[in-house]
Structure formats: structure tokens, C-alpha cells
Write a protein that binds this ligand. Structure first.
Ligand code: ADP
Ligand code: ZN
Length: 185
């Protein structure tokens, strides 16, 4: 954790699906609320499968959030008094998130971003790799491999599709370790 002053910064929480990114984001945002900071939370419109006005973890931990079409809308919806900005599903936000996150941090905000670092093929998932480069703090969360029980850094797609984005959760994806991950499956 950082000592809060008037200086902003960027924290990124990344890893595969089911690794606890959303729960870690919510944990940090709740601590900010306990510290009486003003918090705003955003998620992309593509991810309204569980709730339109909340971020929801796979274990059903929830927190109120605002839905945006993209990074530019974060700036238009931002209350200038907000001190802490949470952003979930960064991998669905698009490349402009890198500039927006920096603009927020430069203006003194604490920016906490969660997202997938790799896609279902194990490739870097834009814009998360670039966010890691501009972040002050990086946390990589691991899930549990459903095949063998080891720490899992991969998101295995179980359904047949070559689309980069197939929105879904249990049944469509599962966490796999380096050994059990099979991008060709
Ligand atoms: P993410 O945002 O990274 O997809 P979530 O925060 O939504 O992850 O969910 C994390 C929760 O998912 C865990 O606390 C656990 O209860 C549950 N879970 C389900 N499958 C797994 C798995 N394979 N490994 C770890 N946690 C899992
Ligand atoms: Zn495994």
C-alpha cells in the first residue's frame, strides 16, 4: 500500500479468470471507503452478464459500479472530487485506457485497475501489458488449476471459437496451470 498524499498512481491487478482479480479490486476499494476516500468504480458495457450496476466476483462478492462504453466515458462521468478510481475488466476497455489511466493518475487520483493479462491462447491481452509499464504497482493473481490443483496462470477456453472475446464464465472457461494449459484444445 501507498502513503496517500496529493500524488496519484496506478495499481494493476492482473491474472487469469477465477484468480480473484475482482475480489482484490473490491477489497482495495472497500479499504479506500473505510479511509473515507471518495471512490468511483467503472466497468465496460460488454460485461453486464451478472449485473448492470455492480462488479460481481465468481464467489458473488459485489460492489456498485458504473457501466461505460469505453475509457473516454470514464473521464466524462468522473466527479472531480473522486480520489480513488476502480476499473474492472480492463481487457475489454481498449487501448485508450492507458492514456486515460495516466491522465487520472497525473491529476492526483489513485487508479486501481483489474484485468486479464493474457487471452485464451496465452497471448498478451491489450491494453493490460501496456498498463503494467505505466503502473506504480503490479499484482499478479493466480487461480487454482482445475486439472491438477497447482497455481494457474492461464485461462483455458472450453468452447470452440476463434473470437478473441467470448463472454462467459463457468463452463466456458477454466483456470489451468502452465503444464495443463492447452491453447489448441
Ligand atoms: P477474477 O476476477 O480473477 O475472474 P473473481 O474475483 O471473480 O476472479 O473470483 C475469485 C473467486 O472464484 C475465488 O475466491 C473462488 O471463490 C472462486 N473460484 C472459482 N474457481 C476457482 C479456481 N479455479 N481457482 C481459484 N478460485 C476459484
Ligand atoms: Zn495443472
Amino acid at each position: 500500500d501507498f502513503i496517500s498524499g496529493h500524488v496519484g498512481w496506478i495499481e494493476v491487478v492482473c491474472g487469469p479468470m477465477f484468480s480473484g482479480k475482482s475480489e482484490e479490486l473490491i477489497r482495495r476499494l472497500r479499504r479506500a471507503l473505510i479511509a473515507r476516500k471518495r471512490v468511483q468504480v467503472f466497468k465496460p458495457v460488454i460485461d453486464i452478464r451478472y449485473s448492470a450496476d455492480e462488479i460481481v466476483s465468481h464467489a458473488d462478492v459485489r460492489m456498485r459500479s458504473e457501466v461505460v462504453q469505453g475509457p473516454a466515458e470514464i473521464l466524462t462521468r468522473l466527479d472531480w472530487r473522486t480520489q480513488v478510481v476502480g476499473i474492472d475488466e480492463a481487457n475489454f476497455m481498449g487501448q485508450d485506457l492507458v492514456g486515460v489511466a495516466q491522465q487520472l493518475a497525473d491529476s492526483g487520483k489513485q487508479v486501481i485497475i483489474a484485468g486479464l493479462d493474457t487471452d485464451y491462447m496465452g497471448r498478451p491481452f491489450p491494453p493490460v501489458p501496456d498498463l503494467l509499464c505505466v503502473a506504480e504497482s503490479i499484482t499478479k493473481t493466480l487461480a487454482i488449476c482445475l486439472r491438477c490443483g497447482n497455481p494457474a496462470k492461464h485461462t483455458q477456453r472450453l468452447v470452440d471459437s476463434s473470437d478473441l472475446i467470448v463472454v462467459g464464465a463457468t463452463g466456458m472457461y477454466e483456470a489451468r496451470c502452465r503444464h495443463c494449459f492447452d491453447p489448441g484444445a
